[in-house]
Write a protein that binds this ligand. Structure first.
Ligand code: ADP
Ligand code: ZN
Length: 341
């Protein structure tokens, strides 16, 4: 087990890599209550034996306030107190909901995560953003509050469906685009199948990506500046994800291609690098385009959280491995969309 401490503003968050869920009992004082989803619970029941476990339904459709209310009702039934630690074991949906429920139950109890998807390991479980969707609006309600620790048990990945591996690699490619050209090249020289076959190789990739995300967040926990770079591909991505019920990684992949095209139009991003990105996404079985209704997408963009007045903070690439925040007026964005589509 490798232990790394990360200093966030109000808390040190310890990451335990190459760990096993059995080690949790040595890490937590007091009662543990697990939150997980039905798929993970069914596939890994033995890991939850002997602990109180709240099981929610799987999938983004259940990332709603009703699931939080259910968890709170169960916590009351169990008799959870301020000494209870709530541990979310799952993908981004479970970790987001768990962090939020723990942050409001009794005005806040301890919580921690065991991420079980690639996406949660490199992204969703890191950074303290917790919350739920409200109707079509993703992550509209929530808190920023860091967990006590993250425990990485790669054993869970043995049951992860292929589509979820692909989903997670969209965020890994995003990290390479905005922060790490060397990682981009490493990814070009490998494939999902190579990472799947070699746990140590995968573990190094996950550690590297968890570190990239963590460092960006630590520099700017409340998203005043550079944390916004993590939204690369997400402005368009979220809009088409909602409209077309796409998996998050697929939507982000298409969003990154849109952002690369806009970068080419207005930021001097090389056309060859745009093609390099498209090639890498395809290599990791991610889509690079889809047909969508421009007017509908534009309506959703207008309501984006990153919008201020008549402009939107958009993430563009200067080159592979380096990104910047650019405020783009909505009117210009509309023109750009018409131009590149
Ligand atoms: P994310 O936001 O991390 O993509 P979700 O929480 O939406 O993830 O999970 C995606 C899907 O994968 C859900 O159906 C979930 O039940 C399932 N899942 C998560 N982890 C595992 C795992 N280790 N093995 C099998 N299925 C998993
Ligand atoms: Zn994302």
């Amino acid at each position: 087990m490798i232990k790394i401490e990360n200093k966030f503003l109000n808390r040190i968050v310890t990451y335990f890599f190459d760990a096993s869920m059995e080690e949790l009992k040595n890490l937590v004082d007091g009662e543990i209550v697990f939150v997980t989803d039905r798929n993970i619970f069914n596939l890994h029941q033995q890991k939850f034996a002997s602990q109180k476990t709240i099981v929610i339904e799987a999938g983004e459709a259940f990332k709603q306030q009703a699931s939080v209310d259910y968890i709170i009702a169960e916590l009351i039934k169990i008799g959870a107190t301020r000494k209870t630690t709530l541990i979310g074991v799952g993908g981004g949906v479970v970790t987001d909901i768990t962090g939020y429920a723990a942050s409001v139950y009794m005005r806040g109890i301890n919580f921690a995560f065991v991420p079980t998807t690639i996406l949660a390991m490199v992204d969703a479980a890191i950074g303290g953003k917790n919350g739920v969707d409200v109707g079509l609006y993703k992550n509209l309600v929530g808190t920023i509050n860091q967990p006590q620790f993250l425990l990485y048990d790669f054993n869970f990945l043995q049951t992860l469906p292929n589509e979820e591996w692909v989903n997670g690699f969209a965020e890994i490619i995003k990290h390479a685009c905005i922060k790490d050209e060397k990682l981009f090249t490493d990814l070009e020289n490998n494939s999902v199948d190579i990472y799947k076959k070699d746990v140590q190789f995968l573990s190094n990739l996950i550690k590297k990506n968890a570190t990239i995300k963590t460092n960006v967040v630590i520099e700017d926990e409340f998203e005043k500046g550079d944390r916004k770079l993590l939204n690369f591909g997400h402005t368009f991505g979220h809009a088409i994800e909602n409209l077309h019920q796409l998996p998050h990684g697929y939507a982000v992949s298409i969003g990154m291609c849109m952002a690369a095209k806009i970068s080419e139009e207005i930021n001097g991003f090389y056309s060859e690098d745009k093609l390099r990105l498209e090639k890498l996404l395809k290599q990791y079985h991610l889509p690079t385009q889809c047909s969508f209704d421009k007017a509908n997408v534009f309506e959703i963009l207008k309501k984006d959280k990153k919008r201020y007045d008549a402009s939107i903070d958009f993430i563009l690439l200067n080159k592979i491995g380096e990104a910047k925040i650019q405020s783009i007026p909505l009117t210009q964005l509309k023109d750009l969309m018409n131009q590149i589509l």
